[in-house]
Design a protein around this ligand. Structure first.
Ligand code: BES
Ligand code: ZN
Length: 546
């Protein structure tokens, strides 16, 4: 499923047929036509296809001419408008049998979703998402979508999830089609995220393209972050950011704590090396550090910097440093210095924090050290990060009371105006890409915040995930972590439960076939009983669907 390839499908009557489709990223445009097949060698493309006259033929641009083909009356010649200046990996064409649904987005772009014949209805959800998403990005970047049309098409045989070809985005069927009667909420969320991801690339990737594949992480990490921003805008009821933390952030931390992880930015040469970096470090860690950066800069300056970058480099190529420069100019903050500690070295820090009360203030002592899944590497000097730290208290659990840049191995900070009955927590929103180890007394003081749900769901999720990971790394006692589970008796959030259940599952598997098997089974039953009883087995009226 590379280059210009054949995709097999079965018609409603059971007949086997073939469509002709393309997948060029990263280095397979050269399989379809001779070209300088590198992202920085951009050109315009005039596509002409000679196709059976009863087939749908699509390419990046709109059709401008259709005429009969003199040598064969069953064929027609179709010609598409000239593309803007673009990279070869984004060229696409599709020939096959499809139905479609269409609309015009508020910003005037003709949007079509192409589906297998007879399934047009299943394209309506993606159409609605795409029509909402285009104006969202236009407004967010303050740059209009540059083509007159965009097609989203479901391909029967497709290797990736989806591909952002400019103006003709190709999808695996499960990433685009929704059966209004039978598809579940998680499928809807997935389709919304994938559409949000590929449409973001129309600006970030297609209009401004990476100079070389070394900067692929920026393309994919950025799209993997902003897809959540977009879905949160279109469907606030999904509570999608909590799912980001569970799906991308914790996964990235799990992999990046291994000794065989790699830095986000890696130099690549041969095409096989390019294929290797389409991985969870580029996507999930990339998205997580961009989320941290966005939070550090603030939305207003971030958007200003993005607009400057997209305008300055439109129809051209850019490197990671070019984005940092634009963001640095917009924010006045040391973006390149901060971000290079996250993209050029692998891993991330564990921040150890202890606190001392002094009248109405808390003195917090913080220190950072690389977090290793295999336990601390004693005797080795730890790499250091420039960590944007924020701290909240029980007075306002969702907003930072204090923000600062931790640019040393150890720092002491003072929080003023914190009464002795308040708890203090690092990393509200679980935005900073680090784990936190609290002193026993600080951890103890946070438990009421879990029990009474005043800590945000993402923070309850992040806290237990840190604890389990530290126990697995041998830094703290598993028994102490299991004691914390008791505080989750009132937990109502599905995403928090799914992460917690995964962590307990790892432990239960570890203890199976040991003397503790029965005990851990009992323990897990106790943890899940209250929520099990509250929810019951059958769906109830008005119950959340996601
Ligand atoms: N550009 C990629 C598609 C791609 C992946 C091409 C690997 C070549 C090799 C696309 O934008 C993408 O990231 N697709 C994701 C889905 C997305 C929602 C994370 C995919 O295919 O998994
Ligand atoms: Zn992508």
């Amino acid at each position: 499923m590379k280059g210009f390839y054949r995709s097999k499908y079965t018609t409603a009557s059971g007949e086997v047929r073939y469509a002709a489709v393309t997948q060029f990223e990263a280095t397979d445009a050269r399989r379809a036509f001779p070209c300088w097949d590198e992202p920085a060698i951009k050109a315009t493309f005039d596509v002409i296809l000679i196709v059976p006259k009863d087939r749908v033929a699509l390419s990046n641009m709109n059709l401008i001419e259709r005429k009969s083909y003199p040598d064969d009356k069953n064929l027609v010649e179709v010609k598409f408008a000239r593309t803007p200046i673009m990279s070869t990996y984004l060229v696409a064409f599709v020939v096959g049998e499809y139905d479609f649904v269409e609309t015009r987005s508020a910003d005037g772009v003709l949007v079509r979703v192409y589906t297998p014949v007879g399934k047009a209805e299943q394209g309506k959800f993606a159409l609605e998402v795409a029509a909402k998403t285009l104006p969202f990005y236009k407004d967010y970047f303050n740059v209009p979508y540059p083509l007159p049309k965009i097609d989203l098409i479901a391909i029967a045989d497709f290797a990736a999830g989806a591909m952002e070809n400019w103006g003709l985005v190709t999808y695996r069927e499960t990433a685009l089609l929704i059966d209004p009667k039978n598809s579940c909420s998680s499928s809807r969320q997935w389709v919304a995220l994938v559409v949000g991801h590929e449409l973001a690339h129309q600006w970030f990737g297609n209009l401004v393209t990476m100079e070389w594949w070394t900067h692929l992480w920026l393309n994919e990490g950025f799209a993997s972050w902003i897809e959540y921003l977009c879905v949160d805008h279109c469907f606030p009821e999904y509570d999608i950011w909590t799912q980001f933390v569970s799906a991308d952030y914790t996964r990235a931390q799990e992999l990046d704590a291994l000794d065989n992880s790699h830095p986000i930015e890696v130099s690549v040469g041969h095409p096989s090396e390019v294929d290797e970096i389409f991985d969870a470090i580029s996507y999930s860690k990339g998205a997580s550090v961009i989320r941290m950066l966005h939070d550090y800069i603030g939305d207003e300056d971030f958007r200003k910097g993005m607009n400057q970058y997209l305008t300055k480099f439109q129809e051209k190529n850019a490197a990671t440093e070019d984005l940092w420069e634009s963001l640095e100019q917009a924010s006045g903050k040391p973006i390149a210095a901060v971000m290079s500690t996250w993209t050029k070295q692998m891993g991330f820090p564990l921040i150890y924090v202890e606190s001392e009360e002094k009248e109405d203030s808390r003195i917090l002592k913080l220190s950072q050290r690389k977090f290793c899944a295999s336990g601390p590497h004693h005797g080795e000097e730890s790499p250091q990060w420039m960590v944007p730290i924020s701290i909240c208290t029980s007075e306002s659990p969702a907003s930072a009371k204090l923000r600062f840049l931790m640019d040393k191995p150890e720092m002491t900070v003072v929080l003023e105006g914190v009464s002795p009955d308040q708890w203090v927590k690092l990393n509200p929103g679980t935005v900073g890409f680090y784990r936190t180890q609290y002193s026993p007394s600080m951890l103890e003081s946070l438990l009421p915040g879990i029990r009474d749900l005043s800590l945000q769901p993402v923070d309850r999720l992040g806290l237990q995930n840190d604890l389990f990971s530290m126990a697995r790394a041998g830094l703290i006692s598993t028994v102490e972590v299991l004691k914390v589970m008791e505080a989750f008796v009132n937990e109502p959030n599905y995403t928090v439960w799914s992460d917690l259940s995964c962590n307990l599952g790892i432990l239960a598997t570890l203890l199976s076939h040991t003397d503790f098997h029965e005990e851990i089974q009992d323990f897990v039953r106790d943890v899940f009983s209250p929520i099990g009883q509250r929810l019951g087995w059958d769906p109830k009226q008005g119950e959340g669907k996601c």
